[in-house]
Design a protein around this ligand. Structure first.
Ligand SMILES: O=C(O)CCC(=O)C(=O)O
Length: 207
């Protein structure tokens, strides 16, 4: 991430940086995420309606996004009661390169997609401030990313996100609907086991 930013693809206001991260960057990120997960293990969240989500989750930072019977929210602790580990330096460098004038993110949500996992269309709107983009980093297997608009019924467009791609959701895309329809399980050899990791960096409450 030491080089100048390339021109992103612009799809419905989403900035898609294909191949932004080198293979060495990706390996370093995976190593740091492994260390986060040793302290704050991946767990299977359930929705407020009691349905298990297909992704497994953990987080780093001052706050982590969680969901359980009590609702969707940010919490300073992992469900086990421990504080979330700090956001790794290699992740912070990507944020600073893409959001140079922003505050530090409060949360790095980490999703792991196994073979059948997906993420339905949703908006990221549990934050207290929407002035800053959400930055999304893809590692491991390809994922089919669907992008909409702020209105739920707008036409959507999709792009395959590969390991090392980074998406910036700011401006009109900040509150746009988006999701992952499916992954191409086994398409990457980056992770020890197949699957996809996605990190999203979020400013929850600038301090
Ligand atoms: O996995 C992705 O690329 C998207 C993740 C996402 O939308 C989220 O965590 O809110």
């Amino acid at each position: 991430m030491e080089r100048a930013l390339p021109e992103p693809l612009m799809i419905k206001g989403f900035l898609v940086y294909k191949g932004l991260l080198s293979i060495d960057d990706q390996r370093a990120l995976v190593q740091e995420i492994r260390q986060v997960a040793e302290i704050a293990p991946f767990y299977s969240p359930i929705t407020p309606g009691g349905r298990p989500m297909s992704v497994r989750m953990t987080a780093a930072g001052r706050l982590g996004w969680i969901t359980d019977r009590r609702g969707y929210r940010y919490e300073p602790q992992h469900p086990s009661g421990i504080s979330w580990p700090p956001i790794p330096d290699s992740v912070m460098k990507i944020w600073t390169a893409l959001v140079p004038n922003g505050p530090s993110p409060d949360c790095c949500l980490i999703n792991y997609y196994g073979e059948q996992a997906r993420m339905g269309l949703h908006q990221d709107k549990d934050e207290g401030d929407f002035s800053y983009p959400v930055v999304s980093i893809s590692l491991g297997d390809d994922g089919l990313f669907r992008m909409g608009e702020v209105g739920r019924t707008a036409k959507t467009q999709s792009v395959w996100l590969s390991s090392g791609d980074v998406v910036v959701m700011g401006g009109a895309a900040r509150l746009a609907w988006h999701g992952i329809d499916r992954i191409r399980f086994g398409s990457s050899s980056l992770l020890l086991k197949a699957g996809r990791l996605n990190l999203t960096l979020r400013v929850v409450r600038p301090v």
